[in-house]
Design a protein around this ligand. Structure first.
Ligand code: 1HN
Length: 369
């Protein structure tokens, strides 16, 4: 890829050079100037493309999986969402994985752990639970739960529950790209419950009043609170909406945080819930970081790099790094809420976070289609 620009590689092929490249290749070597412009883009140019997965289309196929495979055989019964340009990575966007898992009442998957950090956002059903390092957590629709790096975890649905569906989010492609992933299956296949049900939420949900004897001893790199239920999340959004204008780009965006540090919930992945007021259309901006969204409530659309994606509850969509994006709530009477997880802790931790407003056309993109 030649570029006619000072400081950029601009070497014409000649028979001598082509012969030279072949000789280098034999030695597992190459000439940097043949790839320099491609590997040093002027700005991030993700291979990932924006994608919207409509739940109405996916749900029937997810629903077939229980008739086809057992969790005991599959390990996890999950339909994964794959960015068309990066199939080899099993990534939804950037170095983030996402999938939709389905479990019937009475089913349980075996306990395991991995270097990858994981999270779940519950979509349907009742009676779902996750056990993380001996703590069982009961889960309902729109609850958000962590299974952080290195923790033993397993999921199931109570016998008297209803079929459950949830979204998994993991940093697997990042772990594999870094060649840092490990995996282990629990020797007993299931964990003992060693602490009371939902105890980390009980301990830390006070927010501004927290147990000193616990937080002083918490040295792990992730939040000690593992479950973030929907009702208090939504209440907090409504409270904030009454008091604040919010961001012109993101509306009322609230981050799920580690209550001990105030930082992101896990070292590699952050998560947030944002509320768009009735009729709100945000201004466009772009920033580094890859984002996976699930529509928690309402309906609207997002414009990503000039293309409009219409969404409603439980749809999942992705915004690649540096893509220009804006969101709109199509309802004039109800708010819309978007759940997101992202790799912002990695971007910020490596000093790679950059953000820029889109200034043309009064801050709105021209929609191409
Ligand atoms: C995993 O551990 C779960 O625990 C779900 O339910 C999806 C995808 C890739 C790797 C590990 C789970 C996963 C996963």
């Amino acid at each position: 890829m030649r570029e006619d620009s000072p400081g950029r590689a601009n070497v014409a092929d000649t028979p001598e050079l082509e012969a030279y490249y072949k000789e280098l290749e034999k030695l597992e070597a190459g000439a940097l100037w043949t790839v320099a412009n491609a590997i040093e883009p002027w700005y991030p140019q993700p291979e990932s493309v924006p994608v919207l997965w409509k739940y109405d289309e996916l749900r029937p196929l997810v629903g077939k999986a229980p008739d086809l495979v057992r969790p005991e055989d599959a390990g996890r019964r999950v339909v994964m969402l794959v960015n068309p340009n990066r199939k080899h990575l099993s990534a939804a966007v950037g170095l983030l994985y996402t999938g939709i898992q389905i479990m019937n009442p009475g089913e349980r998957a075996s306990a395991h752990k991995h270097a990858a950090s994981a999270l779940r956002f519950i979509m349907e059903g009742s009676g779902a639970y996750t056990i993380v390092d001996g703590e069982k957590m009961t889960l309902g629709a729109r609850d958000f739960v962590l299974t952080p790096v290195g923790t033993w975890h397993e999921h199931g649905v109570d016998e008297d529950g209803a079929q459950c569906v949830w979204q998994d989010g993991l940093d697997i492609p990042l772990m594999n790209t870094l060649d840092a992933n490990f995996y282990a299956v629990h020797e007993n296949l299931h964990q003992d419950q060693t602490v009371p049900i939902n105890s980390s939420y009980a301990a830390y949900s006070g927010g501004w009043i927290q147990p000193a004897f616990l937080r002083q001893n918490w040295k792990k790199p992730y939040s000690p609170m593992l479950k973030y239920p929907w009702e208090p999340t939504y209440e907090a959004l409504l409270k904030a909406e009454k008091l604040h204008e919010g961001s012109p780009y993101d509306g009322i965006l609230m981050e799920y945080v580690n209550p001990v540090t105030g930082g992101p919930v896990m070292p590699t992945m952050g998560a947030s819930m944002q509320l768009l007021r009735p009729g709100q259309r945000t201004k466009a901006h772009r920033h580094t970081g890859s984002f996976v969204y699930q529509v928690a409530k309402g309906q609207g659309y997002s414009v990503i790099n000039g293309k409009r994606f219409d969404w409603k509850e439980k749809d999942i969509f992705v915004i690649p790094s540096w893509a220009i994006h804006e969101h709109a709530n199509l309802s004039e009477s109800d708010d819309a809420c978007l759940f997101t997880f992202n790799d912002l802790p990695v971007m910020r931790g490596l000093s790679l976070y950059v953000e820029e407003a889109y200034t043309e056309n009064d801050g709105h993109q021209v929609i191409e289609n």
